[in-house]
Design a binder for this molecule. Structure first.
Ligand code: IPD
Ligand code: CA
Length: 264
């Protein structure tokens, strides 16, 4: 079996177990553990417990790999492979009881820095719908056993998704970007989980997605889903504090970049 397939099997197995734990904990009630960068940026006890489970499973299976997760300390590995993990992407949805949340697990090679790594395997698991999105580099993207491909034709304009950072000081700028991008959109979604937004682009349920200021674990798995589904993903303004991620079919991706290029 190729390394990529081995990694994706491990990612999917782990994401399913982790997602089922998150769902079970949700049914027992949500316990806020802390706020992070701002009051809106929350972490629940389940986020921490689920990340600990994922970390343990990955470490047991591949002890030499590195780890970069949202809720615990990063660790450099010795194999050149790092697991980039968001235990619950869509934590605010999770806290409110909105079903759009997911476990996101990616295996990347090289420096664990977006734009520099090479993503090898990805699993995004949405426990409420029980949908498992997977991709292995060079082997395509799937939901369950069904192969995914991005959309390309958008005669009515693109159905796009985005998200906003937790810091209120960034909202004006993000809304100005939305105003600009709406000129090429048929409509816009803000569902609250970047990992699922990217999985939906891969699945052709959205034509494209853009967001500023994502963290590595928000997009590591989803970006590989999109590229393995035939789409394009770019991270622009990498030197800024809030780089912009743009994903979509080739044409939609190009059109979003074009309108953003004019941004002042
Ligand atoms: C957030 C979600 C959201 C996106 C935010 C992320 P979290 O991740 O992906 O959709 O707009 O930028 O921080 O906090 O739920 O893991
Ligand atoms: Ca996240």
């Amino acid at each position: 079996m190729s390394l990529e397939r081995e990694l994706v099997d491990l990612a999917a197995r782990t994401a399913r177990e982790a997602g089922d734990l998150a769902r079970a904990r949700r049914s027992e009630g949500v316990h806020l553990a802390a706020t992070k960068s701002t009051l809106a940026d929350i972490v629940t006890e389940a986020d921490r417990e689920v990340e600990a489970l994922i970390r343990e499973r990955l470490q047991d299976a591949r002890p030499g790999d590195g780890f970069l997760g949202e809720e615990s300390e990063a660790e450099r590995g010795e194999t050149g492979i790092t697991w980039v993990v968001d235990p619950i992407d869509g934590t605010v949805n999770y806290a409110y009881g909105i079903p759009s949340y997911a476990v996101s697990i990616a295996a990347v090679r090289g420096d664990a820095v977006p734009g520099e790594w090479e993503a090898l395997a990805a699993a995004v698991y949405a426990p409420v719908s029980a949908e498992m999105f997977t991709a292995a580099r060079g082997h395509g993207a799937f939901v369950g056993d069904t192969r995914l491909s991005v959309t390309n034709e958008t005669p009515a304009g693109a159905l796009l998704a985005t998200g906003f950072g937790y810091d209120p000081a960034t909202h004006d700028g993000d809304l100005a970007t939305v105003r600009r991008v709406m000129t090429i959109a048929r409509d816009l979604r803000r569902a609250g989980s970047a990992a699922l937004d990217l999985a939906f682009v891969a699945a052709g349920r959205l034509d494209g997605y853009f967001e500023r200021g994502l963290k590595p674990w928000d997009h590591a798995a989803g970006a590989l889903l999109v590229t393995e589904a035939g789409g394009t993903v770019s991270l622009i303004d990498c030197t800024s504090a809030r780089p912009m991620l743009v994903a979509g079919g080739t044409e939609v991706h190009r059109r979003v970049l074009d309108v953003l290029r004019d941004e002042t």
